[in-house]
Write a protein that binds this ligand. Structure first.
Ligand code: ADP
Ligand code: F6P
Length: 497
C-alpha cells in the first residue's frame, strides 16, 4: 500500500474496524519511531468504509518519506478513540497503534499537549491552561506509549521519540528497557526559562526528556534554553551540548528538520502537475499575481495578521482584485480545543468581510479552502504561487516554506517568511518580516509582489541549493549518527526510499 493518494480505503470487519488482509504478526524492530500520531489517521467515509488519510502536519511529512521501505516500526495513535485498530504496514513500515480513550483525547491530547504545552512553547501567544487532571492524563498516556514501545523493540535497538506530546517517554522507557539507545527530538520551539518556569510540573518534564541519550531541537537557542533550565531546576551540570545525569552523559544539539527536497522537486516537475497548475491559474482568472498561504488552522500561524495586512493593502489600493488574488488554504486542526474554534470563526469572518468588500461576482479577493490535498495538488498550488506567504508568529520549523522552495523548479517565485519560523535561520534570502508589525508585513508583501525578477531568481536559487544539501536524509543522518555512532541501520535508513 502506498500513501501517494490522499486516502486509502478499507471496509471494517463486522463489529470492528480492523479486518485488513495481510495483517503482520507482532514482531520486534531494530528502529522504532514513537510519535503521538501515526503518519495516517482514520475517518469514516460516507459509504461506511474507513478512510486512512495522510495526516497534515510537519512531523508526518518529515518522517514518512524517510522511513518508507526501511526496517523501521512506528508507534503512534491512529486518530479517534476506542480500541486501537490493527493496521497493515504502510510503505513497508510496521504500524503499532496506541489507543486513546475519550478522556485521554480530551485531557492528554487536547488538554496538556495542546492547551498547556503548545501555547506555552509558542511564546504564549494564547494563554496556556493548567489543570491537574490534564497532567495525570499526560503521565498515563506517556506510560502507555513507553510500554507499547518496550514491547515491539528488539534488544539493543534504537528508539526515536518525537515531540512535546511524549516528553516523559524517554525516562519511562529507559526504566523499562535500559538496553535501548533512546533519542528524543522536539519539533516545536523550546521556550526560554521565564516561560517554561510557569509549568507546575517543570522538573518532571525535564527529567523525562533526560531519559534520552540525545535530545535534539530545531534551533541552537532551544538547546541553550533547555540547558539553562536543567541547571536551574534540576541543579545538574549542563552545557548546550552535554548534560551529566549521574554516570550517564546526555547529548544535546540543534538539528533543523527538513523535507524530501528531491521528491517535491520531481513532483512539481511532472507534466501532469504542470498541467494542473496551468488549469488552476486559469480557474483563478489568470491573475497577474497569485499569493498563496498553506497552514494548519492554528493561532501560531499568523493567519489573522496576514489577512489584516492583505485587507489594508486592498483598501489602500496597493493591490487590486482581480489582478492579484490570495489563495488561503487552512486545514482545520484540533477542532475541539476552544482557542482553535475561536480562531476558525474569526478567520472565516475576516475572509467573508474581505470578499464582501473587495471581491466581485466570480472574482473573490481570497480563495479560501479548508480541505486536505494530496501531494500533487499541493505541488501544483506551489507552482502557481508568485508569492508564498508563510508568516507564523512562532513556528518550530515550518516545512511548508521549504516545500514551496523545493517546488519552484524554474527558480522563480518569492518566499515571504516570518523571522519567527525556524526556517528563517536557514533561508536568509527569503523576504523576511516580523508578523507582529503590520506595516512591516504589508511592506514585505509588496516587496515580494514587486520583486525584481533577477533578484528574486538569485534568492530562489540560493534557497534551493541550501535545501538540496540539507534535506530530510541529511537531517536523519546528522541526528542518527550523533545518536548511534553511525552503523548499518543508519546507512540503510538514509539510502532507502
Ligand atoms: P505544522 O507541523 O505546524 O503543521 P509545517 O509547515 O511544518 O507545520 O508542516 C505542515 C505539513 O502539512 C506540510 O508538509 C504541508 O504540506 C502539510 N499540509 C498543510 N496543509 C495541508 C493540506 N491542506 N493538505 C495536505 N497537507 C497539508
Ligand atoms: O509540528 C508540531 C505538530 O504537533 C506535529 O507533531 C504534528 O505533525 C502537527 O503539529 C499537527 O498536529 P496534530 O497532530 O495535533 O494534528
Amino acid at each position: 500500500m502506498s500513501l501517494t493518494p490522499l486516502t486509502a480505503r478499507f471496509f471494517p470487519a463486522r463489529g470492528g474496524r480492523s479486518l485488513l488482509i495481510g495483517m503482520p504478526e507482532m514482531r520486534q524492530s531494530s528502529l522504532v519511531v514513537v510519535a503521538n500520531r501515526l503518519p495516517i489517521d482514520d475517518s469514516a467515509a460516507p459509504d461506511g468504509a474507513c478512510e486512512w488519510r495522510r495526516s497534515p502536519g510537519g512531523l508526518g511529512s518529515a518522517l514518512h518519506p524517510l522511513l518508507r521501505h526501511t526496517p523501521a516500526a512506528w508507534v503512534g495513535w491512529a486518530g479517534g478513540t476506542g480500541p486501537a485498530p490493527r493496521l497493515p504496514d504502510i510503505d513497508g513500515v510496521r504500524m503499532h497503534t496506541v489507543p486513546l480513550s475519550p478522556e485521554d483525547l480530551r485531557d492528554h491530547y487536547e488538554g496538556f499537549a495542546n492547551a498547556t504545552l503548545w501555547p506555552l512553547y509558542h511564546d504564549a501567544v494564547e494563554q496556556p491552561e493548567h489543570h491537574r487532571r490534564w497532567w495525570e492524563a499526560y503521565q498515563r498516556v506517556n506510560r502507555r506509549f513507553a510500554e507499547a514501545t518496550a514491547e515491539v523493540t528488539e534488544p539493543g535497538a534504537v528508539v526515536w521519540v518525537q515531540d512535546y506530546h511524549l516528553q516523559l517517554v524517554p525516562g519511562l522507557l529507559r526504566d523499562l528497557r535500559p538496553d535501548l539507545r533512546i533519542g528524543f527530538f522536539l519539533h516545536v520551539p523550546f521556550p526560554p526559562p521565564e516561560l517554561f518556569m510557569q509549568l507546575p510540573r517543570r522538573a518532571e518534564l525535564l527529567r523525562g526528556m533526560l531519559g534520552a541519550d540525545l535530545i535534539g531541537f530545531q534551533r541552537a537557542q532551544a538547546a541553550h534554553n533547555f540547558a539553562q533550565l536543567v541547571a536551574k531546576v534540576l541543579e545538574l551540570p549542563a552545557t548546550d551540548r552535554r548534560i551529566d545525569v549521574g554516570d550517564r552523559a546526555v547529548r544535546v544539539g540543534a538539528f533543523p528538520v527538513s523535507i524530501d527536497t528531491a521528491e517535491m522537486a520531481a513532483l512539481a516537475a511532472r507534466p501532469d502537475v504542470a498541467a494542473r497548475a496551468r488549469r488552476l491559474r486559469q480557474d483563478l482568472g489568470d491573475p497577474d499575481r497569485v499569493i498563496l498561504s498553506v497552514d494548519r488552522m492554528d493561532y501560531t500561524k499568523g493567519i489573522e495578521q496576514r489577512l489584516k495586512a492583505y485587507r489594508e493593502l486592498l483598501a489602500g489600493g496597493h493591490v487590486k482584485v482581480p489582478h492579484t488574488v490570495l489563495v488561503q488554504v487552512a486545514v482545520p486542526s484540533r477542532e475541539r480545543v476552544g482557542q482553535y474554534q475561536i480562531l476558525r470563526d474569526r478567520v472565516e469572518h475576516q475572509v467573508g468581510r474581505i470578499n464582501g468588500e473587495f471581491g466581485r461576482v466570480g472574482e473573490p479577493a481570497i480563495h479560501y479552502l479548508t480541505q486536505p490535498f494530496d501531494r500533487a495538488e499541493l505541488a501544483a498550488l506551489y507552482r502557481i504561487a508568485d508569492v508564498m506567504a508563510v508568516t507564523p508568529l512562532r513556528d518550530g520549523m515550518n516545512l511548508v516554506a521549504k516545500e514551496y522552495v523545493a517546488a519552484r523548479v524554474d527558480d522563480t517565485g518569492a518566499l515571504l517568511l516570518s523571522e519567527f519560523a525556524g526556517a528563517a535561520a536557514e533561508l536568509p534570502q527569503a523576504y523576511q518580516v516580523n508578523p507582529h508589525d503590520l506595516e512591516g508585513l504589508k511592506q514585505g508583501l509588496l516587496a515580494a509582489l514587486r520583486a525584481d525578477p533577477t533578484d528574486a531568481m538569485r534568492r530562489m536559487r540560493a534557497m534551493r541549493a541550501h535545501l538540496r544539501d540539507n534535506d530530510i536524509r541529511a537531517w536523519a543522518r546528522s541526528y542518527l549518527s550523533a545518536l548511534d555512532d553511525g552503523d548499518s541501520l543508519l546507512t540503510r535508513l538514509t539510502t532507502a526510499g
